[in-house]
Design a protein around this ligand. Structure first.
Ligand code: LLP
Length: 413
C-alpha cells in the first residue's frame, strides 16, 4: 500500500498509521511516503526515457536531505537556486555533473564555488550575469558551461504569483535581447555555450503553455544553429501541476507527447526541472484540532498547524485537500479550518466539509510535499515542524522539531 490511503478506518502513509505517528511524535508534523516519491519519479521518467532525460529535481520544492537521497537513488540530478541548495544536493550524493545552477541573483562567490565543484551548467538570466560568469571562470582558469534562460513572453495560465515567462517579470533574458546575449557569449572568454532553458511558470495545469514555450525553444535552436552555435542541451524547466483539492488533470502522457513533438527531433540532450510533480502529493501535514469553535455565524475548526507551517493557502489562495485521519460515516459538517496564528489569512479551508471531525481529532492536509515545509517559518514564536519519512511499514524522523528554546540559542541577547 503506497501513498496516503485508509486502512482499517485510519489514514496511513504507506502502511504506517498517522494516528500512531501523532501519538509518538506529537502534532503538527509533515510525513512523506518514500514509495510515493519513487512512483512519482518513475511516472515522470518512463514516458520520456527514450529521450534519455536528465531529471534535475527542483530542490526548492522540498530540500530535506532524506527526500533528496530517495530521489538521488532513483537517478535524479538537481536544479538548485543558490549555493545552499547545491550544498544540500551534493551532500545527498547527487553528482555535481547532474546539478544545474539556476537563479537570477547568483553572487560571484556562489559562481566560484559551483565552478570549482564542476556543476553541469549555469542557467544565466541577464547580461551582467554572463559577464560575471565569464570573469569568475577566467580568474579561476576554468571554463563555465553556460545556458541561457529565455523569457519567451508567454502568459502562463496559473496564479499570477506563479507566472515567470512574461515580459516584465524578473526571470529570463527577454527574447528580444537574445542576440545581445549570444554576441556577448561569443565575445567573452571562458564560456562554453550549451543551450537554452525555459520555465514559464509553476503549477501549470494547461499543457498548452508547454507546447507554446517548447515550440519557441525549438525555433531558437534552429535559428542559432544557423548562426553557427552548437546547441547540445535544452532544459525544459519545471512547472507541471498536480491536482489539489477536487481538481482533475490531464494525464502526464500528454505532457510527454508535447515534449516529443516539439523538441524530440532536435538531437539535443534534454533536462527537466520538476519539483511539485515529484514531491507534492508524497507528503501531508498532520495536525490536531485544538478547538471546535461554534461562533454566532460560523463554525471554526482551529488546528495546531498554522500558516507558518504551510503558507500556500495564505500566499497563493491555494486550496489543499483536508482529510480526517479517522474515517467516518458521519454526515459532513462545514467549518472554516484555520490555524492558531494571529492573521485572518491563516485559513486552510473555507466552509470545508469534514465528516466526523471534533475537538482533539486529527486531520491531514494534503499535497504537503512541495513548497510546504520548505516555506515554513517560526512566525508567532512557533517551533519548526518535524518531518517524517515512511517507507512501507517503517518510519524515520528526518528532521526533528526545532523548539523555540533551541531557536533562542541562535540569538545573542
Ligand atoms: N525550475 C525553475 C527555474 C523554477 O523556478 C522552478 C520553480 C522549478 C524549476 C520547479 O517548478 P515546479 O516543477 O515545482 O512547478 N512556492 C510556489 C512555487 C514556486 C516555484 C518557483 N520555481 C508554490 O508554492 O506554489
Amino acid at each position: 500500500m503506497t501513498g496516503f490511503t485508509y486502512r482499517n478506518g485510519v489514514l496511513c502513509a504507506d502502511s504506517v498509521s498517522l494516528s500512531v505517528l501523532a501519538d509518538q511524535i506529537g502534532t503538527p508534523f509533515y510525513v512523506y511516503s518514500e514509495t510515493r516519491l519513487r512512483e512519482n519519479y518513475a511516472a515522470f521518467y518512463e514516458p520520456l526515457k527514450d529521450l534519455n532525460p536528465l531529471i534535475a529535481y527542483a530542490v526548492k520544492a522540498n530540500p530535506n536531505l532524506a527526500v533528496l537521497r530517495v530521489l538521488a537513488a532513483c537517478g535524479a540530478g538537481a536544479d538548485a537556486t543558490g549555493a545552499g541548495e547545491i550544498e544540500r544536493a551534493a551532500e545527498a550524493g547527487i553528482d555535481p555533473r547532474k546539478i544545474i545552477f539556476s537563479g537570477v541573483g547568483k553572487t560571484r562567490e556562489e559562481i566560484a564555488a559551483a565552478l570549482k565543484l564542476g556543476v553541469l551548467q549555469f542557467n544565466c538570466e541577464s547580461l551582467p550575469e554572463i559577464e560575471a560568469l565569464s570573469a569568475v571562470a577566467q580568474s579561476l582558469n576554468l571554463v563555465a558551461p553556460i545556458a541561457l534562460r529565455v523569457n519567451p513572453n508567454i502568459a502562463a495560465r496559473t496564479h499570477y504569483k506563479l507566472a515567470t515567462g512574461e515580459m516584465g517579470v524578473k526571470f529570463g533574458i527577454d527574447a528580444v535581447q537574445l542576440p545581445d546575449a549570444m554576441a556577448l557569449i561569443r565575445r567573452l572568454p571562458a564560456l562554453a555555450f550549451k543551450g537554452f532553458q525555459v520555465h514559464v511558470g509553476t503549477h501549470l495545469f494547461d499543457y498548452g503553455n508547454f507546447r507554446d514555450s517548447y515550440a519557441k525553444l525549438a525555433e531558437m535552436v534552429r535559428f542559432w544553429r544557423g548562426e553557427g552555435f552548437s546547441i547540445e542541451r535544452l532544459d525544459l524547466g519545471g512547472g507541471v501541476g498536480i491536482p489539489y483539492d477536487g481538481q482533475t488533470q490531464a494525464p502526464f502522457a500528454e505532457y510527454a507527447a508535447i515534449v516529443h513533438e516539439t523538441v524530440g527531433d532536435l538531437g539535443c540532450e534534454l533536462a527537466f526541472e520538476p519539483g511539485r510533480r515529484l514531491v507534492g502529493d508524497a507528503g501531508v501535514l498532520v495536525s490536531r484540532v485544538v478547538y471546535d469553535k461554534r461562533g454566532a455565524s460560523k463554525r471554526f475548526l482551529i488546528l495546531d498547524a498554522g500558516m507558518n507551517d504551510l503558507i500556500r493557502p495564505a500566499m497563493y489562495e491555494a486550496r489543499h485537500g483536508i482529510l480526517p485521519v479517522k474515517e467516518s460515516a458521519a454526515e459532513a459538517e462545514a467549518a472554516d479550518v484555520v490555524g492558531p496564528i494571529c492573521e485572518t489569512s491563516d485559513l486552510f479551508g473555507e466552509a470545508y466539509l469534514l465528516p466526523g471531525v471534533d475537538q482533539g481529532d486529527l486531520v491531514a492536509i494534503q499535497q504537503g510535499g512541495a513548497y510546504a515545509s520548505a516555506m515554513s517559518s517560526n512566525y508567532n514564536g512557533r517551533a519548526l515542524v518535524p518531518e517524517i519519512l515512511v517507507s512501507e511499514d517503517t518510519f524515520r524522523i528526518v528532521r526533528r522539531r526545532i523548539s523555540v528554546r533551541e531557536q533562542m540559542g541562535w540569538e545573542e541577547a
